[in-house]
Design a protein around this ligand. Sequence first.
Ligand code: SF4
Length: 344
Amino acid sequence: MEVCGTHTMSVFRHGLRSLLPETVDLIAGPGCPVCVTSASHIDSFISIVRQKGVRVATFGDLYRVPGFEGSLAQASACGGRVDIVYSPVDALQKAKDNPSELVVFLGIGFETTVPGVAATIQEAARNKVDNFAVFSTHKLMPPALEALFSDFSLRIDGLLCPGHVSAIIGVSAYEHLADNYSLPCVVTGFEPADILQGIIMLARQKRCCRSIVENAYPRVVTWEGNKNALEMLDSVFQVCDTSWRGFGVIPASGLAIRPEFDLYNAEKRLNIVSKEVDEPTGCRCGSILKGICTPPDCPLFAGRCTPLNPVGPCMVSSEGSCAAYYRYGTVREGKIMDHELQNG
Ligand code: SF4
């Protein structure tokens, strides 16, 4: 399983699947931050957009992701104020530029993204920017993997661990997975050679019946991770339960803003209570994120659900499996192949 959506995209973009022997299959995992954002959180985001005097700042990937109540794009079309930003710092600037409005940054993403959000909240506090807040739905990767592999019916032989998350949390964060679930783990970068090297290292472990954590990305990732980034994260956020699309609520898998920073906590400031809602009818994103099925197994794939008219988040996100299969994959003899190599 390649945990990360960036890996999935890179695998397809570079035609790596068609280089692999029949005995090696790659399954996408739960590492696309947009895809794992639950429909209930999307609905909460939309409820914020509908409030008077509030404007929402979000990464572009989230804009068209459907919840039960529609998407941010639809809420914006109905008159809501939604700004696409490239970083939380841009959102803070929006707050400085619009002092009469509350600017709410929608915090999604894993350990990679959170230190930057924490630094922005600290910056807002230092400069007394009171009209800025964050709705944190940030998530931690190891608890989700733990939840995934506690299900012993899942037949995964090894894990390509995400390079960018690992740059923050370190290689050591996966040791318990290798030990407790006899799961070979290799931290891998995103270039084609990085991914192929990771697959070879996993295959070697499998052949020797070993299950340890190895690092195929030492130019970026260390054993202990980025201490400064982890301290920054810890200074503003604390661990909480949170809901994941497809998984439901996973204990201790999310990050909430610490009470000292309540002024910057949009959920508290606006009294937002997220309610669990149903996934879009027929959409199998939840099962895809758990590696139970692949996009072509979804009856809506490439029919009712396309990148122009997405039904679920995995078709919207630039890291989503359904988008990757749609853009780069072709079904041939029951297997997904890659356009580039088939076409020479
Ligand atoms: Fe959901 Fe569309 Fe993917 Fe089906 S093809 S799982 S509806 S995103």
